[in-house]
Design a protein around this ligand. Structure first.
Ligand code: GRF
Length: 222
């Protein structure tokens, strides 16, 4: 369904830290008047810097600390209840550093999207820039994908790639990749708002009318 200002795409953005991806998404929504309503920016840490930024933009921003719960399941259940109350169409994970349990993922099946700083299926998990350098790959990148119960795995919506330089360190790679992450995630949000993104029965993603879903640097490959 193509969303309109009257029927906006309802989005919950989950963060754990600085939230630069969240900021890029929110800035695009505001600057380009996308038919998107950010119903919450939710962090699992009260000190997530992104919360203050979101509040300053007038968004609903809240903390649900995993430390307040005895178990992973209890946290997931509270998060699920909170999100159900907001009825988001999609949940965008933007540097959200908690692993979500199978029941949670199944409950929101096909509605959770993540950005991961590697060209999946290479380098799931943490320290992706270090992993890329250790393996000597010549291209590194980011992936926006639907979340499945398997960590950092799932149908790929779009990817952005950057070359790895001989002089790169994990920090320099991360810094060069970050603006690409923002570009790719914002484009995916646009496609979602336009109702173009479909998860097909074969487990792959189709974006209607779009042939290229690969960025070289911050330019959509043509
Ligand atoms: C990004 O590199 C994202 O891909 C990863 O965690 C980082 C979060 O950065 N999942 P930010 O909080 O969006 O600035």
């Amino acid at each position: 369904m193509e969303h309109t200002p009257e029927r906006p795409l309802r989005v919950a953005i989950l963060i754990s830290g600085r939230g630069s991806n969240m900021q890029a998404l929110v800035d695009a929504v505001m600057a380009d008047h996308l038919p998107v309503r950010v119903c919450t920016v939710l962090a699992n840490r009260a000190d997530a810097a992104g919360l203050d930024w979101a509040r300053a933009k007038g968004l609903q921003a809240e903390c649900l600390s995993h430390r307040d719960f005895d178990s992973r399941d209890a946290f997931d259940a509270a998060l699920r209840a909170r999100l159900d109350a907001l009825a988001p169409d999609v949940i965008l994970l933007a540097g959200f550093m908690r692993v979500l349990g199978h029941d949670f993922v199944r409950h929101f099946n096909g509605r959770i999207i993540n950005i991961h700083p590697s060209l999946l299926p290479a380098f799931p998990g943490l320290h992706t820039h270090q992993q890329a350098l250790a393996q000597g790959v010549q291209w590194h990148g980011c992936t926006v994908h639907f979340v499945t119960p398997v960590l950092d795995h799932g149908p790929i919506i779009a990817q952005g790639a950057i070359p790895v330089l001989a002089s790169d360190t994990p920090d320099s790679l991360a810094a060069r990749l970050l603006p690409v992450e923002h570009q790719v995630y914002v484009q995916v949000l646009r496609w979602l708002a336009e109702g173009r993104v479909t998860l097909k029965d074969d487990g792959r993603v189709q974006v209607a009318g779009v042939d290229h879903r690969a960025w070289a640097g911050d330019t959509l490959f043509e």
